[in-house]
Design a protein around this ligand. Structure first.
Ligand SMILES: Nc1nc2c(c(=O)[nH]1)N[C@H]1C(S)=C(S)[C@@H](COP(=O)(O)O)O[C@H]1N2
Ligand SMILES: [Mo]
Length: 158
């Protein structure tokens, strides 16, 4: 697969692809992320290389970004959602996989954000940053997110 650059076209700004096992794949821009309800979160994490880091992020819930794409859950079957994964990729190739249950309001219900502001800076140039509110290490807080894909475990081994 060809890498999608963080900035798709000059002047068009950052585009984040939301795709995978969803009814409505979509391209999301920073303005779309800012139009969703905004949450603020202060995170402190310990990086092996750079020591203790502290940042204040603002942005929508990852859940609110993904829900309009309509993941292909079996309707009315709460347990079906436990098979689903969210794979995030940054422009530099850094990847993180979450389980859907981590952010699902009926399971983990963690307030994971897609930050559009970090400290005093808008992230319009580099793209949004994943904000994991409770992580000890900062490595899952990937910056410059370009792609969010939803997958499911198909179930029976072949
Ligand atoms: N795209 C991307 N995001 C990334 C990384 C990376 O290599 N690429 N490193 C992570 C790691 S290991 C840490 S500790 C934090 C560091 O963020 P800070 O230096 O802005 O505090 O960014 C995370 N986000
Ligand atoms: Mo880190």
């Amino acid at each position: 697969m060809v890498d999608r650059p963080a900035v798709a076209r000059a002047g068009m700004g950052v585009v984040v692809r939301v795709a995978g096992e969803v009814l409505a794949p979509r391209d999301v821009r920073m303005a779309d992320l800012r139009a969703l309800p905004q949450h603020e979160r202060e995170v402190t994490f310990r990086c092996r290389r750079s020591g203790v880091r502290r940042h204040r992020f603002t942005g929508p819930l990852l859940l609110d970004v993904l829900a309009p794409a309509a993941p292909l859950f079996v309707p009315g079957e709460r347990r079906d959602r436990l098979r689903f994964l969210i794979s995030l990729r940054a422009g530099d190739g850094h990847r993180v996989v979450l389980s859907w249950a981590e952010i699902d309001p009926e399971f983990g219900n963690r307030p994971v954000l897609l930050g559009v502001r970090r400290d005093e800076a808008a992230l319009d140039g580099e793209g949004p940053q994943l904000v994991m509110p409770d992580d000890v290490c900062g490595a899952r807080n990937i910056s410059g997110v370009t792609e969010l894909r939803i997958f499911s475990d198909p179930g029976d081994p072949s």
